[in-house]
Design a protein around this ligand. Sequence first.
Ligand SMILES: [Zn+2]
Length: 116
Amino acid sequence: MGHYCKICGRIRADEKFSGKGHRNHVCKDCSKKPAAERDKLTAMNRMYMLYQYSNLSKNNRKMLQKYLQSDSEEIRNVTKEILDHFHKLREGSLEYGEDTENVYNEQCDDLLEAAP
Ligand SMILES: [Zn+2]
């Protein structure tokens, strides 16, 4: 049995977690990392998970909006990469005339335009 670490995104053995780490889903190795590094890795993991979806949910859009304002250039770049991905998805699906499915993606375009 393992436990998921939200920072490195791995399932790790229980002994890799302290009591507090179990609750926070942060393994011992990751808990030693500086806060900025942990925030960055968490952001990356959350964003890369979006690739499995075909649409952005309201919450995910909020999350991306927040990451676009991030102090970290790396996070901002990944955010733009994700938005670009959804933008392309939208363009691809438009060819099939499935307008109703694209409500979220249109809003994703708004996010893209809001990007610095
Ligand atoms: Zn970890």
